[in-house]
Design a binder for this molecule. Structure first.
Ligand code: NI
Length: 167
């Protein structure tokens, strides 16, 4: 297990486009393992390779509560989107912040797994949001630029939600 340093917003690399993987060399397999370790350690549900400083089209996602359903997406491509959802979104590269982003509510993606076999992954709600958010990273886009209104402190947001539930 190895953790890699997460690049934060303002780092120029996060604005750069990632390159496709042609052959999954050993160093990329190590990278995928490290990305999963780094994502779980930081308590995130998704991570793109660029966030650990590697400009390659690799994404890991795990939205399961137990954190035991990791998806590895190599060279992911969005095939289809539909519907709309508006909700809070965060990013490991923008620690302690959240903002409101509108995204498609359904997303269907073609990608390669860690054995370089092509597969289809689709999801609604949070999964669709994670897919779109992570694939944006590969294009050099960070969600901050899509936020409607203000970027909020997660701590302040949690307090607001607590007040809501206390009533
Ligand atoms: Ni992110």
């Amino acid at each position: 297990m190895a953790l890699r340093a997460i690049r934060t917003y303002g780092d120029e690399i996060l604005t750069m486009k990632s390159k496709p993987i042609k052959e999954l060399k050993d160093r990329f397999k190590v990278l995928i393992d490290d990305m999963l370790d780094t994502m779980y350690d930081a308590g995130g549900v998704g991570l793109a390779a660029v966030q650990v400083g590697v400009l390659r089209r690799i994404v890991v996602i795990d939205i399961s509560p137990e954190g035991d359903e990791p998806y590895v997406l190599i060279n992911p491509e969005i095939l289809e989107t539909s519907g709309e959802q508006t909700g809070y979104e965060g990013c490991l590269s923008v620690p302690g912040k959240q903002g409101t982003v509108t995204r498609a509510n359904y997303c269907k993606v073609k990608a390669f797994n860690r054995d370089m076999e092509e597969y289809i992954i689709e999801g609604e709600g949070l999964m669709a949001r994670a897919l779109q958010h992570e694939i944006d990273h590969l294009e050099g886009e960070v969600y901050v630029d899509k936020v409607e209104g203000e970027l909020l402190d997660s701590a302040a947001l949690a307090e607001m939600e607590d007040e809501d539930t206390e009533e």
